[in-house]
Write a protein of this length. Structure first.
Lengths: 252, 364
């Protein structure tokens, strides 16, 4: 089904930190769209740089070749975007030895020809909402997620686990980047919604709260306003950077 | 999905019960199919005159408006229409009582239809979803606190000023004004499943009990849950304990529900008792008037109006939500349960609670 229309809103803030190492971007053209969110790692401004380089490279590539035709497999495009982001960071890293440690998490949503696919590396998440509940979500590349898979931890306990920041995958290192890809592209329906979120958001806002706030939101901006209020009322002493991108799928 | 409702209420250590609540008609099968089960709680504003009348009228009007829902009207539309009707009714009542600007109430309404939940809310009464041992607030309160927090966020005031503001609990939206300033409502359904529990409650519950204490009072049975939560609130012996009302709506598998809804004894509610008492009084008075007529036929005119008055009094009481809405498969309103009240040793001393009440729910 074609003729889909996307409405997007986003916020990104430093929380109680000095710098915001999160970054996000998106582009929607001719019924196709690309949304990306990154949470940078590495000192000396590296985190900030890595997330920005990754997002700018991806959104730039989407804009120069908007893949709105049915001919291109979205999974291949997503893999290509990950390679591009990694290469951009590696090139920058080699030219700037001070930033040698920089990496980033990355999550990308790609919608074209009425279908959606997504990919991620690290612990930035994508949630897919259908008929009022979460119908799909990414699984972190982190130590606590492995514990969940081994039956040693409840999924809801990830957000409190001391090792939750130990990532098993990221983008920009020397190793070949291996994004986790969503299964067969999802046929979209009006009413579907996506939320891309960095850990500063999902550690403080539970999935059921995302569903509740979605139920009362007529726009992505309203949804994010409700989520933002929950973040504020959580009031952690040390509040990590937090970023969210909300996408509503609507009939043209 | 099978739905089991429960309810309990207590006056706390206040002089007046300013909370009101009600359920839609749970016996009307055709209505249930498209309109679901509706539970409403309203908390009259303590600092304002007639808080009890405001909440009672708000619930009565809301229930009667929702009862007009047709299968064609969506649940969110029906809830919004009912809320507007309820607001107009309270505002009208204030005008006729010459208490305009002085009557107000919160209202929260939740509907469960199949596996879908909808709600609408004004003020600071709560709808909680309890799932897998987690406790989640569905509605956003309309309290000045939120506006202060936003101002602090934008750097207009300091966080400390925001958190110490004397009016942070004042309501920024309530029913009874010419127009409703803010409404929190679902536009799309929230999906629920067997095992989920909804709590519709006045702030007397969650301003006294922490989430963990509320979780500890929850059991499988809806009625037992409401009663246990109210008992825990009273047992906490909080000074100036506010009125507390807790509706529980437990969602169950259809099959599991068959066994748990074995016929239960219908306990007469306080209101029903009141109705019986009034009827008995009416019969007595009719009897007395008959005797009087028999003895002094000329005195009938003076006695007849008395009889009428006595018989008419239960009518508004009967129209009050508690009476007509008592769920058939749950014990109706457990108002001021004896064992709870005996545990509540604080007799409200004259006037000592007036000031905090006022401060608690000011208009803003």
């Amino acid at each position: 089904m074609n003729g889909m229309h996307f409405v997007t809103d986003a916020f990104s803030a430093a929380g109680s930190r000095e710098v915001n190492e999160d970054y996000c971007g998106y582009s929607v053209e001719n019924g196709a769209g690309c949304w990306a969110l990154a949470d940078g790692l590495g000192g000396h401004g590296g985190g900030e740089t890595a997330s920005r380089l990754a997002i700018d490279a991806i959104i730039g590539a989407f804009r120069s070749h908007p893949v709105n035709g049915a001919g291109v497999a979205p999974v291949e495009t997503l893999e290509e975007y990950f390679r591009l982001a990694a290469q951009t960071i590696v090139d920058h890293r080699l030219a700037n030895p001070a930033l040698a440690a920089m990496r980033t998490t990355l999550v990308i949503l790609l919608c074209q020809a009425g279908r959606a696919a997504w990919a991620h590396a690290g612990d930035s998440r994508l949630y897919f909402f259908r008929d009022g509940r979460i119908a799909g979500q990414t699984l972190d590349h982190s130590v606590p997620q492995k514990l969940v898979e081994g039956g040693l931890l409840k999924p809801s306990a990830i957000r409190f686990h001391p090792d939750r920041n130990r990532l098993l995958r990221s983008v920009g290192g020397d190793e070949v980047v291996r994004p986790a890809l969503s299964e067969t592209p999802m046929d979209l329906k009006p009413g579907d919604a996506f939320l891309l979120a960095s850990d500063g958001l999902w550690e403080l806002v539970r999935e059921i709260e995302m569903e509740i706030d979605l139920a009362k939101s007529d726009t992505p901006a309203a949804w994010l306003r409700h989520l933002g209020r929950r973040l504020r009322s959580a009031e952690p002493e040390d509040h990590d950077n937090y970023t969210a991108v909300a996408v509503f799928v609507e009939a043209e | 999905m099978k739905i089991a409702p429960g309810n309990a209420q207590h006056i706390g250590s206040r002089r007046q019960q300013q909370d009101s609540f009600g359920f839609s008609d749970l016996a009307n099968e055709p209505f249930l199919r498209h309109a679901g089960v509706l539970g409403v709680v309203a908390d009259g504003m303590g600092g304002m005159a007639h808080g009890d009348a405001a909440s009672r009228e708000a619930v009565r009007a809301f229930l009667s408006a929702y009862q007009m829902k047709t299968p064609e009207e969506s649940i969110p539309d029906a809830l919004l229409r009912s809320l507007n009707f309820s607001n107009a009714a309270v505002f009208q009542m204030a005008l006729t009582m010459d208490a305009a600007e002085e009557m107000g109430t919160t209202l929260v309404a939740a509907v469960v239809a199949g596996d879908k939940v909808h709600w609408i809310s004004v003020g600071d009464s709560a709808l909680f979803l309890v799932r897998d041992g987690e406790f989640t607030l569905c509605n956003e309160f309309h309290v000045f606190d939120h506006e202060l927090a936003e101002q602090a966020e934008r750097g207009l005031i300091s966080r400390e000023v925001a958190q110490a503001h004397p009016e942070r609990e004042a309501l920024t939206s309530f029913l009874g004004a010419e127009r409703i300033r803010h409404i929190d409502r679902s536009l799309r359904p929230l999906l629920v499943g067997p095992g989920d529990l909804l709590l519709v409650a006045s702030d007397g519950l969650f301003k006294t009990l922490a989430p963990e204490a509320i979780m500890a009072g929850i059991s499988e049975q809806a009625q037992a849950t409401s009663e246990a939560l109210v008992a825990r609130v009273i047992a906490a012996e909080k000074p100036y304990q506010d009125n507390v009302t807790v509706l529980s709506i437990r969602l169950m598998e259809e099959a599991a529900a068959v066994t748990s809804t074995a016929p239960r004894r219908q306990t007469a509610s306080r209101i029903s008792n009141l109705v019986y008492a009034m009827l008995a009084l009416a019969v007595l008075l009719i009897g007395a008037s008959a005797i009087a007529w028999w003895t002094f036929p000329e005195s009938t005119p003076s006695l007849a109006p008395q009889v009428k008055k006595g018989a008419a009094t239960p009518a508004p009481g009967k129209a009050a939500p508690q009476a007509e809405a008592a769920p058939p498969n749950a014990q109706p309103q457990q108002d001021s349960p004896e064992e709870v009240q005996s545990g509540n040793s604080q007799e409200p001393a004259g006037g000592d609670h007036a000031a905090p009440t006022k401060r608690r729910k000011n208009k803003r």
